[in-house]
Write a protein that binds this ligand. Sequence first.
Ligand code: CTP
Ligand code: MG
Length: 377
Amino acid sequence: MISAILLAAGTGERFGGEKQFVEIQNKPLFSYSLDVLSDFEKIEEILLVIPPNKNLNVFQDKVFKNFSQKVQVVLGGKTRAQSVAKAIEMLNPRTKLVLIHDSARPLLKDSQLNCLIDSIQSYDGATMVRPIYDTVKRINPGQPISLVKREGLYAVETPQVFKSESLKKTMSATKKFDEIFTDETSALERLDMKVLHIPNKDFNLKITTKDDIAIAEQFLQKQLQYSIGLDYHSIEPGEGVRIGGVDISCEIQTKAHSDGDVLLHAIIDALFGALSNKDIGEHFPSNKNNKNIDSKKMLEKALKQFKESYNIYFIDATITLNSPKISQYRGEIITNVAKLLGISKNNVSIKAITRNGLNFIDFKEGWGAEVILTFGK
Ligand code: CTP
Ligand code: MG
C-alpha cells in the first residue's frame, strides 16, 4: 500500500502568512497538489497536515465536500519534522511506501510520483533534486565572501518517497537530535540510510515569498480552448422529444434516423470538433446499425476519445424550439447533461429561444441546438 503526506502546516514566515491557503486562479495553493495526489490511483491514503491552530472538524468537512474520500486531515506541529511525525502516527499500518510533498510546490506531476515509486527498490528513500547552475557565493555580514564551487551542488525538492519502516525509524531517532532537518531525506542520511537523488526534468516552483505568486499564476493558468457544435432536425406531430437525454411529453416528435436528441448531437459534434476529428455524421452515418441509436451511446464514444486528451470546463447551449417551453425542464436537463459529461452542474448552461414571428428564420417545422464547449488540458 502507498500513502502520501501533504505538508501544509507551516506559518509562512518568509511569505508573511499561511501561503498554503492563498488562492491562485481561484484555488487555494495546497489544493493543486492535493488534486494530483487524489487522482493518482496508486495512492490509497492521503494525510493532509494543517496548522495545529486550525479546527480539525471544520477542515475535514470541507475536504470531504471537495476532495476524495482518500484524504484525512491531521493537525501538524511547530516544525516540519513534528508535522511529519504527527502524520506518521496516523499512517495505515499496512502502508509500505510513503510519499511526502510540500503543498508550497503546486506543479506536482504524476510522472514524478511514478519515477520515485519505480526507482526506490534498493534505497530507503528517494527525492527529486535540481542541479544548481548559478555561481554560488556564501555572503555573511562582516565575514569575507567565499565562493562555493557549484559542481555537485543540488537543490533538494519534493516529492520524496520513503520505505515506511525507514521513515518511521528515522523520524523517531532524529527527534533526539538538536539539528533541524528541512527535508526528510537529510534526516535519513544523518543515519547513513541510502537515498537516491533524481534530477527533476520539470520546473518545480516553490512558493516562498509573495513575489512567487505572480510566477505561479502564469504556470497554473488554464489554457482555455473552445469548440462549437450545431444540430437541427425537422419535427412532425407526435408524442414527445428527447432533450439532453430527458424524455419530454409533448405534441411533436423529431424526424430522425437516431433518437433525435438534438442537444446531445450538438455536444457530440463539439467534442469531435475539439479533437479536430471530423463530425458526428462521419462517426455515426445513417445506416442500419445506427437506426434509432440512443444518443447517450454516441456521446459515450465521443467522450472517451475526448477525455484521453482534455477536460471539459464549461458547456453553454442554446436550444431553438417553439414549443414546449424549456424553462420548466431546464433543471432536469442540466442535471442529466452534467451527469453524462461527468462535470459539475455549475458548469452547464442551457438556454432556449423561440423564433416565433421572425418569418425568415421561423422554426415551426424544426428545432435545433447550438453548443459552445470550453475545454483544456
Ligand atoms: N510545513 C509543515 N509544518 C511546519 C513547517 C512547514 O507542514 N511546521 C510545510 C509547509 O506548509 C510547506 C512545507 O512544509 O508546505 C515546506 O516548508 P516552507 O516552504 O518552509 O513553508 P513554511 O515553513 O510555511 O514557510 P517559512 O519557512 O517561510 O515559515
Ligand atoms: Mg519553513
